[in-house]
Design a protein around this ligand. Structure first.
Ligand SMILES: Nc1ncnc2c1ncn2[C@@H]1O[C@H](COP(=O)(O)OP(=O)(O)OP(=O)(O)O)[C@@H](O)[C@H]1O
Ligand SMILES: [Mg+2]
Length: 437
């Protein structure tokens, strides 16, 4: 099976791929800013802590030297203002980044939907005979939407969350190696276990949901499309039943996914609180010379990191399950888009004159519908002279519509040929079809 990235490479043409890379770079910068925002809290708290602790003292001294301001209160105000300015800048950047991210995601969505629709419209008539339109309808609407609004958005989110998590984790390890490694290890382990326990079910429900969506659309199409017959025959209930069953399958997948997305927050929070308490107790019980005043900055850092780290971890797991649930959508859209080049090369054949001057002839034409057991036409010869009027008469299923579709070039003979003044119409279908009507 192809990888997710290979499938996305098919969805995104060269220019869009470059935008995706740019987005990745911007997301990385965003993660760096997030970390900086948290990292700067530490020296600020150290200054607040009256410089009693050596690290705070050092920072205070450094600030006094660089700014030339001796007064501690002024220094505090300056640091606070700098911190606020930094947060304003960071958040303006992140806001703009979100806008850019969504613009990219939804812009590509429209683009891919259009290309996919173009593929379906340009595909041969036989393709449409063999494919239920409910499936195509689902692909150009629902599936394309899932590819971008769910999978692509989740991929972007996962990228930035991973970066944020790495940077914050690094920061914590730098500040307090033992406690940080321990709590990060526990958090990562539990998150990993949770993800591993739901990923299979999520993938299976994703496939079921995709089929259910097609069935849902199909029962609407067929139920409402043949409402006249259904009413006369009294078969409404059967369609309602199909519709309902598909809806329930869809609901089951959605229910599982949404619940799974909420759960990590709950247990990560529990573990997070436990880790913070552990850090405090360990520091105090070790008879830390720094005392409560000394560990306050560290505690502040941990609390802040937890506030930022836990939601990140939660969103990362959520993104993982979202990608798995909607993975089948990417597969289907990429598969059908690949036909695009094929269809386009067929259409770009040179269009030539195919005017009928003498006769339209069927020469030993055979035709078997895709998947049909028997041939609908078994060697038909027929000549229609220019200017002649012809009627096809026969019992139902005799093959009248099939003959007309072959003459129109909608179907290609399995054997034999349709000839216009001796030229096979397959040699230039659009040239022939431009003469019709
Ligand atoms: N999409 C299809 N897939 C498989 N078999 C088909 C398909 N369409 C038609 N057939 C079969 O091909 C044969 C010829 O069908 P066709 O529709 O050409 O008959 P017809 O003469 O137009 O009938 P009617 O008078 O009912 O319109 C029939 O046996 C039919 O069952
Ligand atoms: Mg017919």
């Amino acid at each position: 099976m192809r990888s997710l990235l290979t499938d996305f490479a098919i969805l995104l043409p060269g220019r869009a791929r470059r935008s995706a890379l740019l987005l990745l770079v911007l997301l990385t910068v965003g993660a760096g800013l997030e970390a900086l925002g948290i990292g700067l809290i530490l020296p600020f708290l150290a200054i607040l802590g009256d410089g009693g602790e050596s690290r705070g003292r050092g920072i205070l001294d450094a600030l006094q030297r660089t700014t030339g301001v001796d007064d501690k209160d002024s220094l505090l105000v300056i640091s606070a203002a700098a911190l606020l300015a930094m947060y304003v800048l960071k958040n303006v950047y992140l806001g703009l980044l979100k806008y850019y991210q969504f613009r990219f995601v939804f812009g590509r969505q429209v683009d891919v939907a259009r290309r996919l629709m173009a593929v379906y419209m340009a595909s041969p008539y036989e393709f449409h005979l063999g494919t239920n339109s409910a499936q195509l309808l689902r692909n150009v609407t629902d599936e394309v939407r899932h590819v971008f609004a769910n999978v692509a958005a989740a991929m972007a989110n996962a990228t930035s969350e991973i970066l944020v998590i790495l940077v914050i984790a690094g920061l914590l390890i730098w500040a307090e190696p033992m406690a940080a490694l321990f709590s990060i290890g526990v958090l990562a382990g539990v998150s990993g276990l949770f993800y591993a326990s739901v990923r299979r079910t999520t993938a299976r429900l994703g496939r079921e949901k995709q089929e259910a969506t097609e069935e849902h659309i199909r029962s609407v199409n067929e139920g409402l499309g043949s409402i006249k017959e259904l009413k006369v025959l009294g078969r409404e209930a059967a369609f309602l039943h199909r519709f309902d069953r598909a809806g329930r399958t869809y609901a089951r997948a959605q229910r599982f996914h949404r619940t799974v997305r909420e759960l990590p927050r709950l247990f990560i929070e529990t573990i997070g609180i436990g880790a913070i308490l552990l850090v405090v107790l360990a520091a105090l019980l070790q008879g830390d010379r720094r005392g409560l005043d000394g560990i306050l900055p560290i505690l502040g850092l941990f609390a802040l990191a937890a506030v930022r780290l836990m939601p990140s971890l939660n969103r990362l797991i959520g993104a993982g399950t979202t990608i798995r649930l909607f993975r089948p959508a990417v597969r289907v859209v990429a598969r059908d888009l690949e036909r695009y080049e094929l269809v386009r090369s067929q259409r770009s054949q040179a269009r030539t004159e195919m005017e009928l001057r003498e006769a339209l002839r069927l020469d030993g034409v055979r035709y078997r519908y895709p998947g049909a057991a028997v041939e609908a036409l078994r060697g038909l010869d027929l000549t229609i002279r220019q200017g002649e009027s012809v009627a096809f008469v026969g019992s139902s299923g005799a093959g009248k519509t099939t003959v007309v579709d072959l003459l129109l070039g909608l179907l290609e003979p399995s054997d034999g040929a349709v000839l216009v003044d001796g030229r096979d119409i397959q040699s230039d279908l659009s040239g022939w079809q431009s003469q019709i009507g």
